[in-house]
Design a binder for this molecule. Structure first.
Ligand code: ADP
Length: 374
């Protein structure tokens, strides 16, 4: 929880570190006067008490006096940061000293207030700004962390197909004359497969990153989802043929209008249908059900395939989440498809969820906004 603006009724927990009880009482009174924010204040009179309080409770902000008895507030700030406490700290002091002010800034203090010049509004505003900056920094740090993770996983996943290409190329170079032509073709075909997989992985990654960075704008229009599904199924029947999988569409015989970007929504359905095919057993059936709700259109893709384990279900929409590396016919999997799908559905203001049990097949439901006044 950070700051009052997410939940205006929530209390902001403040640790007030000040050895002077009159100053502490004054600061507490100012905080209680604040109109926009409710503060729950805990007072610590020295560094040890402050450290104990921080071990016991999580605070959203720390108000720290420059002098706390024999200790320096700046030393305490250093100690807190060294312990990995990232709580925003606002320094409070009776006077300004440019050199200390600089040091506080470098040590990561959010702001520096002069006690004699304080009023409730200034104090409240300073804290709210500090909380918001802290929240934004934490958000940014989380994005960077996630991107690094994705980059690491992508690099890892590119290694093995690259290894295949390298090994086969070396093998062919060294023994070309001794390998029968049929075998040469086979090796070249496998190299091609590896390259195609890497291209898919990179395309998916680029797609995911452009959606995440918000550079994808949706061209939303009234779209007949039923017509879209029927077209898609015609195409996918061909893909499903080698596995002899039947695809059945269940929908009332009229347009089902939704407000979606047809190209992006097709990508969503294609992915779900592709997965249903990939994880179905030969001879199985895939059922696509369309329904119109009050303000939305729902598409459910139901398969009778391998199903999904409960613990994996929780993270199935995360990038690179994969239960196994291959489909029931050895189809490859990048683990990015559903992450992309989830983001596209979110961007439409819709929702996606899945019901599944191992061995009993899976059903993915997607709901997107319908057309008003239908
Ligand atoms: P990919 O595009 O590589 O298939 P996805 O993100 O689409 O990756 O899917 C992630 C993982 O979720 C798959 O590797 C598979 O383990 C599981 N999964 C997705 N759809 C199904 C399904 N219909 N049945 C069983 N498992 C599925």
């Amino acid at each position: 929880m950070t700051g009052g603006h997410e939940d205006p009724a929530a209390e902001v927990r403040v640790l007030l570190v000040d050895d002077d009880d009159e100053d502490a009482m004054l600061a507490r009174a100012l905080l209680q006067e604040a109109e926009r924010t409710r503060y729950a204040v805990r007072w610590a009179a020295d560094a040890d008490e402050a450290l104990r309080a921080i071990e016991e409770t999580t605070f959203e902000v720390i108000l720290l006096d420059l002098r706390i008895g024999p200790d320096s507030g700046l030393d305490l700030l250093d100690r807190l940061r060294a312990r990995g406490v990232t709580t925003p700290v606002v320094m409070m002091t009776s006077a300004t000293d440019p050199s200390l002010d600089d040091r506080a800034m470098r040590a990561g203090a959010s702001d520096w207030l002069v006690k004699g010049k304080l009023d409730a509004w200034v104090l409240d505003r300073t804290i709210r700004y500090a909380l918001e900056h802290h929240r934004q920094r934490a958000q940014l740090a989380a994005v960077v962390r996630r991107q690094n993770e994705i980059l690491g996983m992508a690099a890892h996943d590119l290694r093995s197909p690259l290894g295949v290409v390298h090994a086969y190329a070396t093998f062919l170079r060294d023994r070309l004359e001794r390998i029968p032509v049929v075998e040469q073709r086979e090796l070249i075909e496998r190299m091609g497969e590896s390259v195609r997989f890497m291209v898919t992985l990179i395309d998916d990654l680029l797609d995911l990153s452009s959606i995440e960075s918000g550079t994808v704008s949706l061209a939303v229009e009234e779209t007949d989802v039923r017509a879209l599904v029927l077209r898609l199924v015609e195409h996918d029947r061909l893909l499903a043929r080698p596995k002899e999988i039947a695809i059945v569409v269940e929908a009332a015989d009229r347009p089902h209008l939704a407000r979606v970007d047809p190209r992006r929504f097709q990508q969503v359905l294609q992915n779900l249908l592709g997965n249903a095919t990939k994880y179905s057993h030969p001879g199985g059936e895939i059922r696509i059900e369309l329904g119109e709700l009050d303000a939305s259109v729902r598409v459910s893709v139901r398969d009778q395939g391998t199903g999904i384990a409960p613990d994996f279900l929780e993270r199935i929409f995360a990038p690179f989440a994969r239960e196994r590396r291959e489909g029931t016919h050895g189809e490859r999997s990048t683990g990015l498809g559903l992450a992309i799908v989830r983001r596209i559905v979110d961007a439409h203001g819709g929702r996606i969820w899945v019901e599944s049990a191992p061995g009993e097949g899976s059903t993915f439901h997607v709901e997107v906004p319908g057309v008003d006044g239908r």
